[in-house]
Ligand binder design. Structure first.
Ligand code: NAP
Length: 190
């Protein structure tokens, strides 16, 4: 199994959301996320899943984390409910953790076995939309863990006010085909 975390955070304060919203719109960042995750298996918290248009992302499998055993997904063929994060330990797939904050924190700061092998760390330098209502949601504990336990293995990419770096867990063997896929998705801007 390979676990990859993908996020876009705001520089300095590590905010990834205000209420249910991502407080910026950078279309190249959405496109990069799509290239990274198309035809892959995603893990999303229930709130993030609910925020996807029509509760789906086409051409991806989605594992929805929720404590609610009766939770109903929008697409029973491609979306799956997971109520115990430890269930991922038995799987052999490649997973892309796609938020939100509670899910990034559960993987990054929890059980060692579930720590992401790879993090695609995107950092947005522009202004945050402060007119949005709701609490500011940040992933500071994840960034502390990132600086302590991960090393950068890519160049630093700059595009549309977003800096992207690929980080791997120190001392970890990483599947090179996954790294290849990630770098291709970042570098191929179509
Ligand atoms: N900038 C980015 O890259 C990015 C990416 C994705 C999301 N976001 C933002 O992140 C924010 C949402 O984050 P959030 O932390 O509030 O919500 P979230 O992580 O998307 O979802 C939280 C829910 O996930 C379930 N959950 C979390 N950990 C679990 C575990 N260990 N076991 C079982 N279920 C678990 C619980 O669902 P139940 O309550 O149903 O039990 C919990 O209420 C939004 O602002 C969104 O826009 C930003």
């Amino acid at each position: 199994m390979t676990i990859v975390a993908v996020w876009c955070r705001h520089e300095g304060d590590n905010i990834i959301g205000i209420g249910p919203h991502i407080p910026w719109h950078v279309s190249s960042d959405f496109k990069r996320f799509k290239r990274l995750t198309l035809d892959q298996s995603l893990i999303a918290g229930e709130k993030t899943y609910e925020s996807f248009p029509n509760r789906t992302l086409p051409d991806r499998k989605i594992y929805v984390l929720t404590f609610n055993q009766n939770y109903e997904v929008s697409d029973k063929e491609n979306h799956f409910v997971v109520t115990d994060i430890n269930a991922f330990k038995d799987k052999t797939e490649i997973f892309y953790i796609s938020g939100g904050a509670s899910v990034y924190k559960a993987f990054m700061t929890g059980d060692f076995e579930l720590k992401p092998d790879i993090v695609v760390d995107c950092c947005y330098h522009g202004a945050v939309d402060k007119t949005l209502q709701g609490p500011k949601i940040d992933i500071t504990p994840c960034i502390e863990e990132l600086s302590k336990s991960y090393r950068q293995i890519s160049e630093t990419y700059e595009e549309d006010n977003v800096t992207t770096r690929v980080m791997v867990k120190k001392g970890d063997f990483v599947d090179q085909s996954v790294i290849k896929h990630i770098l291709k998705a970042i570098e191929n801007k179509e």
